[in-house]
Structures are given as structure tokens and as C-alpha cells.
Design a protein around this ligand. Sequence first.
Ligand SMILES: Nc1ncnc2c1ncn2[C@@H]1O[C@H](COP(=O)(O)OP(=O)(O)OP(=O)(O)O)[C@@H](O)[C@H]1O
Length: 332
Amino acid sequence: MNTATQVSPTTRAAAISASGLRKSYGDKVVLDGIDLRIPEGTIFALLGPNGAGKTTTVEILSTLITADSGQARIAGHDVTSDADSVRRRIGVTGQFAAVDGLLTAEENLLLMADLHHLSKREGRRRAAELLERFELTEAARKNVATFSGGMRRKLDLAMTLVGRPRIIFLDEPTTGLDPRSRRVMWELIRNLVTDQGVTIFLTTQYLDEADQLADRIAVLDHGKLVAEGTADELKRTIPGGHVRLRFADEAHLATAAGFFGTAARDDESLTLRIPGDGTLADLRAVLDVLDSTGIQAESLTVHTPDLDDVFLTLTGRQNAPTHPNPQKESAR
Ligand SMILES: Nc1ncnc2c1ncn2[C@@H]1O[C@H](COP(=O)(O)OP(=O)(O)OP(=O)(O)O)[C@@H](O)[C@H]1O
């Protein structure tokens, strides 16, 4: 049963909360007052350019380092004063797979089961179950050194799940994977939330990853959260939306241009670009003008800003490639 979809996210208890988190290294302020509230059973994506402080945030929330000031709670437990309780409830999958290349997939999982004090029998059962769920059964007895990047990432996530964490931190889980392997990872991540109601805190440089997976997205830049919301909310906060009308000939284009005062006209493509916010009301207003004036348009397309536009506007920087370099797939 999927309890996650039965309660509205806003009324669910917070799995992760933070207020006023600050961290500096020497003179360099890395986090400059971070506030977060992430409801149970949701996926949260922290998006930001290189060096924005994403990993530092994960390190503080997962008790690896301490903040200089501010507070954070994981499942109600303070990350500083109650770090052991926090560690028992979380799983962390890092940017670089923590698997041991000299062991087989099964041995890696059994090692993890030992670390979690599972009995031999329970450990073997859990390893078999995870290998099957992650479609690694056939490769279970092979050395991980022979695995592709996608298989290593899957195994890394499987190892995190041995301890049945309720809250999972995924630091750039698909960096370096080819598009197909990324989709497989996305599906596995989604299933964790829908089937088991776990909470996922994800960092990523890939806007499409945040768009695909996250219930809510926050954009981190220079140690501050510069925006937070659903993908759609973020897209609506910035300009760039428009309706594009294409006409059969210049005469129609010229007539229409007279009625849409703010539109940008392109004689070559016979189009008018009418700025707006991409909402239904916006579209209706354009259709009303066409109806009332009797102007015929050949085609109409609605453009809403994508997360790339949001990222660029908020951080003033072009994002890292939206699609990772497939050549890294075979990186060991
Ligand atoms: N142990 C440390 N000592 C000194 N500076 C550090 C340390 N850890 C991180 N930093 C600095 O803090 C800043 C933020 O680093 P962080 O790794 O959190 O960024 P990030 O957003 O995860 O970036 P990336 O996407 O490149 O992983 C960087 O300028 C980094 O050089």
C-alpha cells in the first residue's frame, strides 16, 4: 500500500528540517544560512552549480561534518546532539561509488549486511532480494571491477538499502552515466518513494533529473537558497514564456502584428512571439484576439521556460551539461 500518496505533502511530518545552517572553511563562506523542510515520503532536489555547497549540505545533514551554526533535524533527531539516532535512520550514496572493486557484488552486499549486524542468514536473504530488485542477480558473483558505471551505481544504491534507511541522501546519483542507465536509476529511486515511502534528498547538476524526479527543488548558489518550489513554480517565476503564432503569409502576419502590440515579429519565419507566463489564461487571451479579429493562424505553440532558463536566470551561469558524458559509463 502506498501511504505516501494518501496524505498531502504539506501536512506530512518533516523528515528533514534545517534552520540557519552556516559553514565556512577559513575565510570562505560555503553555507550562508540554509533553511529547509522536507516532508516524509517526498523527493527533494538540491540544485546548484559546481562549488555551490551541495555536498557540504549533505555532509552536515548526514552527520559527517558539523555546521558552524544553525540546527538540523532528521526524523526529529538533532544531527549534532543525537547523531547516532540520525545515522541509524539514513543511508548515504556518494558521488563516487563506495563499492569495493575487488569483491563481487554479492560479497559487497554481505559485507554491508555484517556492518548492519544482520545474521548470516538474514544477510544472505537481504543480499539476494536486493540483487534481484536491482537486476544484478546474473552479475552477483562477478568482480565489481568488471561492472559498467550504471551497474556500480545500482550496487551502490543497493548497499545503501541493506540497512533499510527511511531517509536517503543521494549525492549526484547519475553523474557520468549514459542516458539509459540514468533512466534505470530514476525508476529505482521513484520506486523507493512510491513503494516504501522513503524520503529522498538528492543533489544534482542535471536540471532534467530534478525536473523528472523531485517533488520540490531548491536552487543553491554561493551558499544561499535562491529559490524553492515545484519545477512548475520555479519555471513560472522567471520571464521567457511566450505563445508563438505562425501565419500563412506576410499579409496575415502584418495584420496580426497590429493587434498584438507587445509581440516580437519575425518576417522570415512568418511568426509572432507574444510574451506571457504560459498559463491557460494567457493562452485564452491570445485565442480571444484571434477569434474577435478573425485572423487565421497556421499554428500555435506555447513555450514555458524550462529549468535551464530558471537556473541561468537565478545563478547567472550556464548549467553543466544536461546530459552526462556517456564515455564515463565505462569509468572504473
Ligand atoms: N574540507 C574543505 N576544506 C576547504 N574547502 C572546502 C572543503 N569542502 C568543501 N570546500 C569548498 O566549499 C565549497 C563548496 O563545496 P561543495 O563540495 O559543498 O560544493 P558542491 O555544490 O557539492 O559542488 P560540486 O557540484 O562540484 O560537488 C567549494 O568551494 C569547496 O572548495
